[in-house]
Design a protein around this ligand. Structure first.
Ligand SMILES: Nc1ncnc2c1ncn2[C@@H]1O[C@H](COP(=O)(O)OP(=O)(O)OP(=O)(O)O)[C@@H](O)[C@H]1O
Ligand SMILES: [Mg+2]
Length: 336
């Protein structure tokens, strides 16, 4: 709630299920994922590798790998308009325009055959822009900490380091002042110092342009520092969601607790951490009922059923029977 309580959401993802077609038919990966992002809000989507964060992000702009990837059900509304029903032209004007995207791998966003200048200027061809594009890209390169823009502008992607490419991609995502920036692991490829710089940059730009950010990461420390809300994903499902402060103070899902316990802690002296035993299953091996139950220290009999997202405080929900309201079927011991 809070300051976003009354505004119209910028992005609404409703019951989004994504699947991939393979030899054995279509395998569902995400299961009815729902979340909202309000204007100017930073939303952190977290979970271990393979939980479905990237496929969720890609589907938001209808960029799932084709053929194979497909939306099985659900809606994605941007300013109330259904992205899944948009024409190619409408989509093109969203991508790189109102919605900027930083991909997990810079290689995916950049054309290896084009010098950087051409890549950065390309979005301007498809969108109305008042100012001077050349000036705009120079000022953005400066903002992303590129000290020698001339060299970078005339370079080809393979001539630049990973950190440089990441900065170029961020500049490209921002060149038309998007109202939503989707940043899929914007810093994993970078060393810690550059990581911090990039996060500060995204934060600055968010404040300056009131852009909303969907930030995907493994790293709950980044979420704690930069996000307003957090969604925790496990095996294709959102298992806990809430305002970051409340989530950190009152972490409810055993998976979320496990993620927090696994964080390296500088203040703990030894730096020892406790990874969650086991690993994220592949989609073909998802359990029925709660998908986390085979790794969960608290699993009990109701977990054989699928838990709803139960309310757990102001804007906070959790999909775990430990927190089922009294009288909910599983809490009452039903086994159906
Ligand atoms: N093209 C594809 N074909 C089939 N399955 C895929 C494809 N792309 C992703 N998947 C599967 O979808 C699941 C979710 O993958 P996704 O890349 O979204 O995870 P992620 O949460 O982004 O992980 P990471 O943190 O490693 O980036 C994985 O099990 C993955 O194997
Ligand atoms: Mg990913």
């Amino acid at each position: 709630m809070g300051m976003h309580g009354t505004s119209q959401p910028l992005l609404e993802v409703e019951d989004l299920s994504i699947g991939f077609a393979g030899d054995q038919g279509v395998i569902a990966i995400t299961d009815k994922v729902s979340f909202k992002i309000h204007p100017g809000e930073a939303y952190g989507l977290v979970g271990e590798s393979g939980c479905g964060k990237s496929v969720t992000c890609l589907s938001l702009l209808k960029l799932l790998p084709v053929p194979g990837g497909r939306v099985l059900s659900g809606r994605i509304l941007f300013r109330g308009r259904d992205i899944l029903k948009m024409t190619q032209e409408e989509l093109r004007s969203l991508r790189g325009g109102e919605i900027g995207m930083i991909f997990q791998e810079p290689g995916a966003a950049l054309n290896p055959l084009w010098p950087i200048r051409r890549q950065l200027l390309e979005p301007f061809q498809y969108h109305a822009y008042e100012g001077d594009p050349q000036q705009r890209i120079r000022s953005l390169l400066d903002r992303v900490g590129i000290a020698d823009p001339d060299r970078v502008l005339s370079a080809y992607p393979h001539q630049l380091s990973g950190g440089m490419l990441q900065r170029v991609m961020i500049a490209m995502a921002l060149c038309l002042n998007p109202s939503l920036l989707i940043a899929d692991e914007p810093t994993t490829a970078l060393d810690v110092t550059v990581q911090a710089q990039i996060m500060e940059l995204i934060e600055d730009l968010r404040r300056e342009f009131q852009a909303a950010v969907l930030m995907v990461t493994h790293n709950l420390n980044l979420v704690a520092q930069y996000a307003d809300r957090v969604g925790v994903m496990y095996a294709g499902r959102l298992v806990e969601e809430g305002p970051v402060d409340d989530f950190l103070r009152n972490t409810l899902h055993p998976y979320s607790q496990g993620l927090l316990a696994a964080l390296p802690r500088l203040d703990a002296g030894s730096g020892l951490m406790h990874p969650i035993p086991g690993q994220v299953p592949r989609p073909a091996d998802y359990l029925s009922g709660c998908r986390f139950r085979d790794r969960c220290p608290h699993a009990f009999e109701p977990c054989g059923q699928k838990p709803d997202l139960f309310p757990a405080g102001e804007g906070h929900t959790v999909a775990c029977f430990l927190h089922a309201p009294a009288g909910a079927p599983a809490a009452a011991g039903a086994t159906a």
